[in-house]
Design a protein around this ligand. Structure first.
Ligand SMILES: [Zn+2]
Length: 71
């Protein structure tokens, strides 16, 4: 299951594919004080590698950027 959304880190008006956060990503989200259930990650790839944006599916304002180690 995947979907496309606007990504604040990638910018622009383009929509990017998002996928459900995997275990390591969920662990980090939890360590930041959030319940990782229902969080998705931007699947776009830029010059530097994978995009680090994660967010609750319907709440972009609550999202965050993963550390560089998640590239
Ligand atoms: Zn992105």
């Amino acid at each position: 299951m995947s979907d496309t959304k606007h990504c604040p880190n990638c910018g622009g008006l383009e929509q990017h594919p998002f996928h459900k956060a995997v275990k390591d990503e969920q662990k980090y989200i939890e360590s930041q004080g959030h319940n990782p259930a229902g969080w998705w990650r931007c699947g776009n790839r830029g010059e530097k590698g994978r995009c680090l944006w994660v967010q609750p599916y319907f709440n972009q304002g609550a999202g965050l950027t993963l550390p560089e180690s998640f590239r």
